[in-house]
Ligand binder design. Sequence first.
Ligand code: GDP
Length: 325
Amino acid sequence: MIDVETLAGQVLEGKRAAYSRAITLVESSRADHRAQARELLAELTPRAGGAVRIGISGVPGVGKSTFIEALGAWLVEQGKRVGVLAVDPSSVRTGGSVLGDKTRMSSLAVSPQAFIRPSPSAGTLGGVARATSQAMTVLEAAGHDVVLVETVGVGQSEITVAGMVDTFLFLTIARTGDQLQGIKKGILEIADVICVNKADGEWAQEAEVTAKELAGALRLVYAGTNGWVPPVVTASALEHTGIDRVWNRLIRHREFMGARGLAEKRANQQLEFTWALVRDELDQRLRTDEQVAAVRAEVREAVLAGAMPAATAADRILQAYDSRS
Ligand code: GDP
């Protein structure tokens, strides 16, 4: 049995073993753990919110973990405490995670000023998002100044992460024509800062060209608006160059939002998150409901055999769920 009050106290004191345990608790899907997690979060939430929350994304191989190592080390040098979390959609399927794996960030992992947590595998993307967002609350209550949330690819997981951070950094590299496509398609809506990584050695020049092209494209897209235009910078995560420049842009975006803008953004995120929690909870209940379990096999067979349209099947399941006592 976990003594939630004691645990909360130790988290607030910044004890590593305590916040690590607290994160395990908020990641758990067991009903009793979830009740305790809610209690814990009620204690911690008033003391959270103090961190700079940054989302970081990019396709595999673009250098995310190398970049997070470099940025993390740089922030630690500046006297900051850094938490690294991950939202990995593949962890939902495989039960394991590549993102946020400590072996990918070996030097940051040993820093006492940094804490790295791999993506939870909480059954659904909604579950992963809930756990990650709550882990962020724990890290903030424990006194972390910056929380970096890593994710991958273009799609739902990025939108999910964008919903829990203040500023979103998109990493890309030079020479990939489809990168531009990617940027044009999904990323524009959520990227606040873009960094062309691997600007070193023989690719240094091309990285600069890519950055200029992207900046030009963005200026066109944002022409006539007076909002924030995502700046494009170059960096080398490997050689630790340009990291301060990226950080500077991330902070500028924060300043652009201002205290009120940031508070508003976070408030809206909380409202979204509320509904996400409801959906996640309903999803859990559907999975564990006995009445649903009783019709599941029959419905599955009928749908697979083409004997029952999906809409009818969905009705059957919902009727079963609604008939619970
Ligand atoms: P991730 O899959 O996005 O996390 O990418 P990784 O950080 O694992 O990096 C993929 C590969 O790119 C590794 O071999 C890194 O050493 C390399 N890499 C990462 N950043 C840089 C960089 O700034 N310059 C160069 N030249 N290579 C890099």
